[in-house]
Ligand binder design. Sequence first.
Ligand code: ATP
Ligand code: MG
Length: 247
Amino acid sequence: MTLELTDVHVSFGNVRAVAGVSLTLASGSRMGIIGPNGSGKSTLINAISGIVRATGSIVIDGQRLRSGSPQGAAWRGISRTYQTPQTFTKLSVIENVMLAVRAAETRGPATWFQRGEYRRTVAALEFLTTVGLADLAEESAAILTYGQQQALALARALATGPKVLLLDEPAAGLNSAETEALSHTLQTVNDAGVSILLVEHKMDFVSALCPRVAVLAAGKLVADGPPAEVLSRPDVIDAYLGVPHHA
Ligand SMILES: Nc1ncnc2c1ncn2[C@@H]1O[C@H](COP(=O)(O)OP(=O)(O)OP(=O)(O)O)[C@@H](O)[C@H]1O
Ligand SMILES: [Mg+2]
């Protein structure tokens, strides 16, 4: 499942949040997106997932995505997590995932075969096992720590049966054990064939997980390559200098 962006632009009034980004995420690959605060990373993910309208083209396996259509993106196999985990705190942990399974039944072809409450439960438990939350399945989502909420949000994203997973700072706010567990989970997910596009400020985490990293600065891609090479480039270091980032 190749994702191909060509000359993607997103503007908010006078703010050019994404200013002509072209990149290709090869099928089954893992790629990191880094860059200072406000450089357009979240907006780029929002454009791919159809949350905001963009110009230029976003093509997945030869099919062009309609701009500003979250349903269209989901239907084509794009799933995502948010910078702030989105979960339903009034529901149990497993109900959160079952809702995502049910949504996928109507929104996309991936998990249509899960129909039926028993099958949904089994499927949801499997996703919770993947992210390490199976033991908490019947607890209220309200009792989860921040790191566990992120894990639940990831389980919900996986429940839609994605071909491409977009992650917006999934390791922010996680302790080192949680970060390591997340890294392991994402490797497992990627090994199963899901392509991963990862926005992140934690350089060690991105470098370990992604053989390729792209750098955004003021809405433009300024570097793209292996992490060790990209992170030692003077223009990349300059792009970060003097800019506060929440690691
Ligand atoms: N919905 C919006 N309306 C107006 N401006 C926006 C909106 N979303 C983002 N922006 C602006 O677009 C620019 C890029 O923001 P974006 O959130 O994509 O940056 P980011 O790289 O994700 O930053 P951070 O590392 O802080 O998460 C910023 O100037 C931001 O203020
Ligand atoms: Mg952001």
